[in-house]
Design a protein around this ligand. Structure first.
Ligand code: SAM
Ligand code: SF4
Length: 348
């Protein structure tokens, strides 16, 4: 089978995914990205959906070995936004015409059932924006309460589909539990997002193929693939960064395998590659997630160093992103951009 035939297959096997992950020839890669772009256009259209992120707290009770927010990182100044600051930031985001609000933080139990429910309820009162939570692994009762309060989506990356690696990166947590959380979230009506880090120490192409296949098995509404970027004051501070090209390959292959799913061109990719967003958006991605966290907090949400836009005014940096998207000839959507699986439409 030649490359074009493989790229047009309806279902790819694990071995075929691994084969595609090993492509290095420039022309082959161009064919892969062009095919992913075509499949993206077929299933998602040309609109790019924006998700406005508010990083509500950088406190975290976990110790993921790769992350700058890990509890044992004593060098990081910690903050929590007040509920009023979060609600006001959500209002600013919807005034920009962005109709998905993502509330993200470390695993911070200070933001308990009631506080998060209150924030969700207040945001609900002021607009019809979709509310995505990205607060780490919380209790099933909390997920249920927040759904009832009005949350729509939950983003919880599986990070790696290799159970042994998962335990070495997370120490206290298990892959099977993360998968159970995602399944539970889906079962109570959340649109679910997951995905993995690319280029983590010890990770192989087989692991990356399994990541894509796990995304398929979980029947995700959104799948995110970002490069690992070493962060100071973490056990992985001296490890090598993930590569932009590998991240693009995973993004493109995921588009071929998952088809009707939202895929972001991630900030991490844009941090390691000056045209990372453009490359992601032309290799299968259809989502961009601008960071609208206000100063001074945005500079302190240091998952990894040099996060693109973290030193810039949030409104200016969002406007710049919008121009970059439009320069690609893509339209910005001013709708919620709900799951592509919610309707029963055929491909566009
Ligand atoms: N605490 C929540 C969680 O873990 O789901 C949400 C916040 S966490 C900072 C969001 C994502 O950041 C994680 O899912 C992880 O993939 C990513 N991340 C953490 N450390 C990173 C690093 N060093 N490089 C790139 N991405 C990283
Ligand atoms: Fe905490 Fe999330 Fe970072 Fe893990 S990835 S240390 S849970 S903020």
């Amino acid at each position: 089978m030649n490359l074009q035939e493989l790229l047009h297959k309806d279902e790819l096997t694990r071995d075929e995914i691994i084969y595609l992950l090993h492509l290095t020839d420039k022309e082959d890669l161009q064919q892969l990205y062009a095919r992913a772009d075509e499949v993206r256009a077929q299933y998602c259209g040309d609109e790019v959906h924006l998700r406005g992120i508010i990083e509500i707290s950088n406190f975290c009770e976990q110790n993921c070995v790769y992350c700058g927010l890990r509890q044992d990182n004593n060098s990081l100044p910690r903050y929590r936004m007040t509920p009023e600051e979060v609600i006001e930031t959500a209002r600013i985001i919807t005034n920009l015409g962005i109709f998905t609000i993502v509330l993200q933080s470390g695993e911070d139990n200070h933001f308990d059932t009631d506080i998060i429910s209150y924030i969700i309820y207040q945001i609900r009162q002021q607009s019809n924006a979709a509310i995505t939570l990205s607060l780490g692994e919380r209790t099933f009762d909390e997920y249920r309460a927040w759904k009832i309060a009005g949350a729509d989506r939950y983003l919880l990356k599986h990070e790696t589909a290799n159970a042994n690696l998962y335990e070495s990166y997370h120490l206290k947590q298990k892959l099977s539990e993360r998968v159970d959380h995602l399944k539970f979230l889906k079962s109570i009506g959340y649109q679910i997002g997951s995905g993995n880090l690319i280029g983590l120490p010890m990770q192989t192409s087989e692991d990356l193929a399994d990541d894509i296949l796990l995304c398929k098995e979980l029947d995700l509404d959104m799948a995110a693939f970002g490069p690992f970027i070493p962060s100071p004051n973490t056990p992985y501070q001296h490890k090598l960064s993930g590569e932009a090209e590998l991240t693009l390959k995973v993004t493109a292959i995921a588009r071929l395998v998952l088809k009707k799913v939202h895929i972001p061109a991630t900030t991490a990719l844009d941090t390691i590659d000056p045209i990372g967003r453009e490359r992601g958006l032309t290799a299968g991605a259809n989502i961009v997630m601008p960071d609208l966290t206000p100063f001074p907090y945005r500079e302190q949400y240091q998952i990894y160093p040099g996060k693109r836009g973290s030193q810039d005014d949030p409104l200016e940096s969002t406007a710049r992103l919008q121009k970059r998207i439009e320069a690609l000839g893509r339209k910005i959507s001013y709708k919620r951009g709900d799951s592509l699986k919610l309707d029963l439409q055929q491909p566009l």
